[in-house]
Design a protein around this ligand. Structure first.
Ligand SMILES: [Zn+2]
Length: 110
């Protein structure tokens, strides 16, 4: 049965991810009171964060972590590798990531 699948969909919605992102792993740590959600960019193209053009994907940056600002029962950590595009206009740029803008409730973790 798709128990794990529905859990992934649940967290994808919870995080407000667009459909380019797939939740690939959810690790619940009862002792630490945290849930770590790993997401992966599943599209072959992405939107340039600078000019908004849709461009072909170039590569992915190293793994980064963000903490969700919501006070949920568990501390929520998001793990992802931000993809980069080779924009015709702007050159190599990261894609526009929903949780990384000023309105998002995610804070990067060093
Ligand atoms: Zn651009």
């Amino acid at each position: 049965m798709g128990g794990t699948d529905s859990l992934r969909v649940h967290y994808g919605l919870l995080l407000g991810l667009n459909k380019s992102w797939e939740v690939t792993n959810v690790v619940l740590n009862q002792d630490a009171g945290s849930v770590t959600i790993t997401v992966e960019f599943a599209d072959l193209s992405g939107v340039c964060a600078l000019c908004g053009a849709k461009c072909e994907l170039l590569d992915r940056l190293h793994e980064q972590r963000w903490r969700h600002a919501d006070t949920m029962k568990f501390e929520t950590i998001l793990v992802a590798r931000i993809p980069r595009v080779n924009c015709m206009k702007c050159g190599v740029k990261v894609v526009d990531v929903s949780w990384n803008d000023t309105h998002a409730r995610f804070t990067p973790i060093q």
